[in-house]
Design a protein around this ligand. Structure first.
Ligand code: UFG
Length: 324
C-alpha cells in the first residue's frame, strides 16, 4: 500500500500526518478545501483543493492517484461552536463524511483511518479512559465523532470497508523542523494561547476554573504530541491492512497535567513570562480527561517520542519560525 489520500491534510494534525507518511515512504495526496488549512503547510506535496462533500471530485482523485487508503482529518473541532451552531457540525462532520465514504467504497478503497476524539466519552467515569469506557458525548462535536464511528461499523458490515477510529486526547506540539505547527484563525487551545500571551499577542492567559476537584483546582488533560499521533495513524493503518479488521484506539500519554502545571512548565522550559488571570469555568469542560493508552501500546507497538518538555520545546521552535 502506498498512495494515501489525506483529507484535511493542510490542517494541523493532517499536515503532520502527511509529512510522517512521506518520511516513511508512502505517497500522501493531500485533499483540502483550505477553509481552515494552510497551503504553506503542504508545500511540495501532491495537493488537490476540494471539498469533503464533493463526491464526484473525490472519485476522480481516487482514480487518478490509485488511492488505496484514506486518512480523514477534515472536521470542525470547536466544542463551544458546536453547541452554538450544531447544523454546521452535523453537516460537515457527519453528512459530508458519507460522501467521502461512498466515494471511497465506489472506488474500491478498502481502508479508512478516522480522526475521532476523547470527546466521544463525555464525563469520565474512571481516572484513565480505555476503549471500553461508556460513550456518552456531552456536546454536538463529540456526538458527530461518535456518529461517524458507528457509521463506519455499518460500512464494514455492509460494504467491507475496514476502518480504524483513533480517539485523540489533547493533540499539541509541532513538527521538530519548525516548518509546520498549530495555527488556527481563532485560537482556543491552551498551549498556543499561552504562547500568544508570552509573545505579546494577547494581554494575558485566563485559567478557566480553579475550583475543580483536582490536585490544584484546575482541569487535568492528557497532552500528546502531534507527531506521535501521526505515527499511530501509520501503525494502525498497517495493522488494519495486514489483519483486514476494523478497530478503535485511545491515543494519549496516560499522564495528566493540570492547567497550572502546563503554565509553570512553559515558564520554566522557555524562560518566557506572561500574565495569568483567573476566570470562571468554561462550559462543557470535564475536570479531568486522561487516556489509558495500553491497547494502542500493546496492539500497535505504539511508543511516544515526546514528553511534555519536548512538546513545549517544539512549540517554542515553531513559534520562532512560524510562517502561517
Ligand atoms: N484552558 C484555559 N484557558 C484557555 C484555554 C484553555 O484554562 O485560554 C483550559 C481548558 O479549560 C481545559 C484545558 O485548558 O481545561 C485544555 O483546553 P483546550 O481548549 O486546549 O483543549 P480541550 O481539552 O478543551 O479540547 C480538546 C480538543 C478538542 C476535544 C476535547 C475533548 O482540543 O478538540 O479535547 O476531547 F474535543
Amino acid at each position: 500500500m502506498k498512495n494515501i489520500l489525506v483529507v484535511g491534510g493542510a490542517g494541523y494534525i493532517g499536515s503532520h500526518a502527511a509529512r510522517v507518511l512521506k518520511d516513511k515512504g508512502y505517497f500522501p495526496v493531500v485533499y483540502d478545501n483550505l477553509s481552515k488549512g494552510h497551503k504553506k503547510a503542504v508545500r511540495g506535496f501532491a495537493f488537490i483543493k476540494g471539498d469533503l462533500g464533493n463526491k464526484k471530485k473525490l472519485k476522480t482523485v481516487f482514480k487518478k492517484y490509485n488511492i488505496e487508503a484514506v486518512m480523514h482529518f477534515a472536521a470542525f473541532t470547536e466544542v463551544g461552536e458546536s453547541v452554538a451552531e450544531p447544523s454546521k457540525y452535523y453537516e460537515n462532520n457527519v453528512c459530508k463524511v458519507i460522501s467521502l465514504l461512498d466515494a471511497a467504497v465506489e472506488s474500491g478503497v478498502k481502508y479508512f483511518v478516522f480522526s475521532s476524539s476523547a470527546s466521544v466519552f463525555g464525563e469520565p467515569e474512571k481516572e484513565r479512559i480505555d476503549e471500553t469506557h461508556p460513550k456518552n458525548p456531552i456536546n454536538p462535536y463529540g456526538r458527530t465523532k461518535l456518529m461517524v464511528e458507528r457509521i463506519l461499523k455499518d460500512y464494514d458490515t455492509a460494504y467491507g470497508l475496514k476502518s480504524v477510529s483513533l480517539r485523540y486526547f489533547n493533540a499539541c506540539g509541532a513538527h521538530p523542523s519548525g516548518k509546520i505547527g498549530e495555527s488556527h484563525g481563532v485560537e482556543s487551545h491552551l498551549i498556543p494561547i499561552i504562547f500568544q500571551a508570552a509573545l505579546g499577542k494577547r494581554e494575558s492567559i485566563k485559567i478557566f476554573g480553579s475550583d475543580y476537584p483536582t490536585k490544584d483546582g484546575t482541569c487535568i488533560r492528557d497532552y500528546v504530541h502531534v507527531n506521535d499521533l501521526a505515527d499511530a495513524h501509520i501503525l494502525a493503518m498497517e495493522k488494519m491492512e495486514k489483519e483486514n479488521k476494523s478497530e478503535c484506539y485511545n491515543l494519549g500519554s496516560g499522564s495528566g497535567y493540570s492547567v497550572k502545571e502546563i503554565l509553570d512548565s512553559v515558564k520554566k522550559i522557555t524562560g518566557l513570562d506572561f500574565k495569568i488571570e483567573y476566570a470562571p469555568r468554561r462550559a462543557g469542560d470535564p475536570a479531568a480527561l486522561v487516556a489509558d493508552p495500553a491497547k494502542a501500546e500493546k496492539e500497535l507497538n505504539w511508543t511516544r517520542k515526546y514528553d511534555l518538555e519536548q512538546i513545549i520545546k517544539t512549540v517554542a521552535n515553531w513559534e520562532k519560525k512560524r510562517r502561517y
